[in-house]
Design a protein around this ligand. Structure first.
Ligand code: 26V
Length: 804
């Protein structure tokens, strides 16, 4: 479709008139944003229809990415970019006296995810559409996204994220495609035509209504679908009038209890809590998703006993792993297929991605709770497990340890990861190291049992959002230097490495960063009323707050620098601004203390102007989100990726920074290792223990955090400041941090890696002084970042797992 400036102007004015009966002078920015969003959706609607029709007619295999989280962020800028009309639209609006940037800022983030796992799902959707892969998202339409974070007096305060308040122009409600979901009740079996049939009775039935959002591919006609399900009562028209007063409010209570299923995203990404509502959400998602898929294929006359030729389902972490049992239920109970046939089809369809090896995050459900809510699903899991345990016993007779270790049901609990592994044909980790740890450690028994099932798919990020959209200045330099083919084929970014020593390009890269930094300083002044020196090194750690990510290590190094400066005010260091950003799970007390600690350090340092002479500045950016990431990452000189080796499955922020020309300071953890392999040792700063050292300390249990405290006077001073009054807060304020280090023996080896980290930070300071060398490193990082485009990752999923 050809769209020029004239069309856009006319269509936009039309849209404003029909929607609001307002002209440009009258309309608020909110209305202008809505009118533009509606218009952009309209521009994509022909292709959306054609894509769907094509899929239906050709019956090509389609992928369904099942995820409890899709951390999409804003869509306006991204959709304009992928439609190829962003510049035209910007000019058209500007001729009408409207700033596109301002309108983009109006959009609420779709924050339907916690962090890496949810953002990965969003990047994958973008790549699938851009690569013309028939791949759709299946998730929940949470009424409240991840909470908004305010920082009040240094503490995190959570505010509900009412992102749908003003409406959402991108979604379309498809009430005619609703399905029914059954909870509770009881199951009994009868004989019918010589076979056993299962009758589910006395259940409660609710309605799942899909809302579809177009996923527009870049520079292609493909428009895929993100289908998010909304929980509703079956009959919205309770005859309230006939109820007396008491029953009326009871009826409303009932309605609320049903709707609560899609009301709120669980904000915890660290600990499994075992909440009934979460279990309901998970079943709601998989049942709605699979029922609608099966209905679709029956409608287009696909033989259901060949469903595996037509679909692939990716299970994003264990959260949707009940998909295995739900598909079995549909095939057996509703399509009258045999167990064996159903199981073969199911495992052929399903594949599972693991995103964490932290044992506290592995999902387990108490049998009693599960059975009561999902009696038929429980029966099916029991049967899957019975057959699986039989196989284990056949293979390893008399090995009870193995049997207990591998069983799906054990000790009164259902282990969802085991269900996902048994019910899938592929299990993948998200970076080389992570997959290796799964295969040789955490899931060793399973890997031995199912040789060939385990594989690696290193994560990726969409370079369209994280480079083209987030960093237009760098994009322009890249296009002028190596052409624009890299946008379609990100591996072509490699060509940029030929310019690593080109002084002219080095200079341009430096200018881009400087301009981005100045923009950010202006933004920070406007939004937070803070002054930042754009000529300082921007050192950035933005990610969820978690002990293993070690924001504390970063903060300790800052305090150390501060104490050094106090002692020697003429210490020669390059001015640095340390940025932090990230949310803590509301119930994760230690993580919240770390936020308060960072803010306390910030107050202390930023207010000590005499001692610091503008050399140190610490800023905690509130409410880290996709849209804030898009602003801060293009300004970063230094990317902090400092998790304890073996704990970060992959990380994806690391890739976003690299792509924007930041230098990474990193441990040998997750995808950092692969970034190092790509850029070479001389273009990344590595420090700290490697996996062998961490594993050996963990296994031998011979780490003594106290020794580091007593033998390193810097650490002693820093740790003492947690509990004396030197930071001007109550001495009990940080007692949990203190005890996590000295009494609980520093689980994540902050003290152990401290010395190595400070040296790595000194190295950064030194390197930055040599402008040419630094710029050369930046160029190498940008040039080598193409392999971390999610396009590459998705191509591997498509070829090796989905076979599409
Ligand atoms: C975990 C849990 C635990 C139980 C309660 C609810 C809940 C909700 C979300 C999660 C997700 C944690 C897993 C996760 O986000 N992993 C991250 O996945 C990224 C993408 O693969 C990866 O880059 C990060 O290293 C990994 O931490």
């Amino acid at each position: 479709m050809y769209i020029d400036k004239k069309n856009i102007k006319m269509d936009f004015i039309n849209e404003l008139t029909t929607m609001y009966s307002e002209d440009i002078d009258e309309a608020s920015n909110l209305h202008k944003y809505f009118a533009l969003a509606k218009l952009v959706k309209k521009y994509s609607s022909q292709n959306w229809m054609r894509t769907n029709r094509k899929y239906k007619n050709t019956k090509k295999k389609q992928v369904y990415y099942f995820s409890m989280e899709f951390l999409i962020g804003r869509l306006l800028g991204n959709n304009l970019l992928n439609l190829g009309i962003k510049d035209t639209c910007k000019e058209a609006l500007s001729e009408l006296g409207i700033s596109l940037n301002e309108l983009e800022e109006i959009e609420n983030d779709a924050g339907l995810g916690n962090g890496g796992l949810g953002r990965l799902a969003a990047c994958f959707l973008d790549s699938m559409a851009s690569l013309n892969i028939p791949g759709h998202g299946c998730g929940i339409r949470y009424y409240y996204g991840l909470f908004q974070q305010k920082i009040i007096n240094g503490y995190q305060v959570e505010i509900p994220d009412h992102w749908l308040r003003d409406g959402n122009m991108w979604e379309t409600r498809k009430e005619d495609k609703a399905v029914r979901i059954k909870f509770g009740g009881n199951v009994h079996s009868i004989m019918e035509n010589n076979s056993l049939k299962f009758i589910h009775e006395n259940y409660e039935e609710i309605l799942a209504v899909p809302y579809d959002t177009p996923v527009i591919g870049y520079n292609t006609d493909t428009v895929n679908t993100l289908r998010l399900w909304n929980a509703e009562t079956l009959d919205d028209d309770f005859d309230f009038a006939t109820f007396n007063k008491g029953q009326y409010s009871k009826a409303l209570e009932y309605k609320n209890s049903i709707e609560s299923i899609s009301q709120v995203l669980y904000p915890d990404d660290s600990k499994e809590e075992g909440k009934l509502l979460r279990l309901k959400q998970q079943y709601f998602l998989v049942s709605a998703g699979l029922q609608s898929i099966v209905r679709y294929y029956k409608k287009i006359n696909v033989p259901i006993n060949e469903l595996n030729k037509y679909i692939a389902v990716q299970i994003n972490d264990t959260h949707p792993s009940m998909a295995v049992a739900e598909l079995m239920r549909i095939l057996i109970d509703e399509e009258n297929m045999t167990w064996d046939e159903s199981f073969k089809i199911t495992t052929n369809i399903m594949s599972y991605t693991n995103h964490t090896i932290l044992s506290e995050a592995l999902e387990k459900w108490p049998i009693n709770m599960f059975k009561k809510l999902l009696p038929r699903i429980y029966m099916i899991i029991e049967e899957i497990n019975r057959r699986f345990c039989e196989e284990i016993q056949n293979k390893y007779p008399n090995d009870t340890k193995k049997l207990n270790d591998m069983s799906i049901i054990f000790n009164g609990e259902i282990k969802m990861a085991h269900l996902a592994i048994v019910g899938s044909h592929s299990v993948n980790g998200v970076a080389k190291l992570h997959t290796e740890l799964l295969k040789n450690k955490e899931l060793k028994n399973f890997n031995e049992f199912y040789s060939g099932k385990f594989n690696n798919k290193t994560n990726g990020i969409t370079h369209r959002r994280w480079l083209v959209k987030a960093n237009p200045r760098l994009t322009e330099i890249l296009c002028k230097t190596i052409g624009n083919q890299w946008i379609k084929n990100p591996l072509e970014l490699e060509k940029f490495t030929n310019y690593a020593k080109d002084l002219n390009i080095q200079n341009k890269i430096r200018e881009v960063k400087e301009k981005n930094k100045i923009d950010f300083c202006n933004y920070a002044k406007k939004i937070y009323d803070i002054d930042i020196n754009p000529y300082s090194i921007f050192d950035v750690q933005v990610k969820r707050l978690h002990a293993y990510k070690r924001q504390l290590l970063n903060a300790f190094n800052i305090l150390n620098l501060y104490y050094k400066l106090k002692e020697n005010p003429s210490l020669d260091i390059i001015p640095r601004t340390f940025f932090f950003g990230g949310k803590a799970a509301p119930g994760y007390y230690l993580a919240k203390q770390i936020i308060k600690f960072i803010n306390t350090v910030a107050v202390k340092i930023n207010n000590d102007k005499d001692a610091i002479h503008g050399k140190l500045n610490v800023i905690f950016l509130p409410n880290y989100s996709v849209s804030l990431a898009e602003k801060i990452i293009p300004c970063a000189d230094v990317s902090e990726q400092i998790s304890t080796a073996t704990k970060e499955a992959s990380g994806t922020g690391n890739m976003k920074f690299m792509m924007n020309g930041s230098i990474t300071i990193a441990t040998l953890d997750g995808a950092n290792i692969e970034i190092k392999e790509a850029v070479g040792d001389e273009n990344i700063i590595i420090f700290g223990m490697n996996k062998e050292e961490v594993l050996s300390l963990e296994e031998n249990k011979n780490y003594k955090a106290n020794n580091y405290y007593y033998s390193d006077s810097r650490l002693m001073k820093i740790i003492n400041s947690l509990v004396d009054n030197s930071l001007n807060v109550s001495s009990s304020e940080f007692k949990d941090i203190y005890s996590s280090l000295l009494e609980k023996n520093d689980e994540y080896f902050v003290l152990k890696d401290f010395d190595s980290y400070t040296k790595a930070q000194d190295k950064i300071d030194n390197l930055y002084r040599n402008k040419n060398k630094w710029q050369k490193m930046c160029i190498m990082n940008i040039g080598k970042s193409g392999i971390f485009s999610s396009d590459n990752t998705i191509k591997k999923y498509a070829k090796e797992i989905w076979h599409v």
